[in-house]
Ligand binder design. Sequence first.
Ligand SMILES: NC(=O)c1ccc[n+]([C@@H]2O[C@H](COP(=O)([O-])OP(=O)(O)OC[C@H]3O[C@@H](n4cnc5c(N)ncnc54)[C@H](OP(=O)(O)O)[C@@H]3O)[C@@H](O)[C@H]2O)c1
Length: 262
Amino acid sequence: MRFLRDKVALITGASSGIGRATALALAREGMHLALAARRAAPLEAVAAEVQRLGVRAVALPADVSQRDQAEGLVQATLVQLGQLDVLVASAGIYVRGPIATLTADDFERCMAVNYFGTVYPVLAALPGLCAQGSGHIVLLSSVDGKKAIRTDAPYAASKFAVAGFGESLRQDLAGTGVDVSLIFPGRVATPLIAGMKIPAISRPIPAERVAQAIVRAIRRRQAEVILPVTAYALLFLDWLSPRLGDWAVSAFHLHGLEESER
Ligand SMILES: NC(=O)c1ccc[n+]([C@@H]2O[C@H](COP(=O)([O-])OP(=O)(O)OC[C@H]3O[C@@H](n4cnc5c(N)ncnc54)[C@H](OP(=O)(O)O)[C@@H]3O)[C@@H](O)[C@H]2O)c1
């Protein structure tokens, strides 16, 4: 989709981090925006920020892990902004910990938001996008959705699920005019990882860099984006041998440093 001006995007997770930065980046391209997240106040603040850039924006408070609320976002976008061209599924939570401390609830909660909270709005948007014969779906996975790192089991599993969904979706939609981009960021400086001690080798990148990558992915119809480029080193080692990948995670403390290691 080369021309974004006056098109409409629905962004989940728009109140913070990558979703917020993407809202601002797409607004600068002239897109009108439907912004979704659970908390109304920060969402309204982003909507006001976006409106100051001269585009229309509506705040749609919703919990994407609730199927009716997630599906309702698509309908609300069509009613309030008249069309839907781009869906960015950025809502997510980071559930992690040493495996012995995790419960089945932790895994269910993470899948409910990160995986089903992605699938529900996509399925609701598909009939309209396919009927109009154009559109773009952007799904946020993670480098953790290509190489799972230790202590991240619930999160990594949900991000592998998003990647599998997106890869299949992209092939299913070939020839329909609807494109799919999967985004695989490494560490990004957002509230999601606040308080974590991250080693210099995987220093968090700004959310704005991911947002720019998303805009480029939409314009260039990129199937996948992995960033930053240093993430390829881990994926290459893992491709050579999963145990080499595991070694790199441990040796460089890619899972984050514990209190005792700082
Ligand atoms: N930060 C990183 O290092 C990193 C790396 C790779 C991938 N990612 C992925 O990028 C995406 C955005 O993450 P971020 O770093 O921008 O995190 P963030 O700053 O914490 O933002 C997460 C957003 O998701 C929303 N959200 C959470 N649960 C929700 C729910 N049940 N329903 C609706 N909205 C919900 C939050 O708003 P409310 O709390 O108001 O609902 C917030 O707007 C996530 O999918 C994340 O997994 C992040």
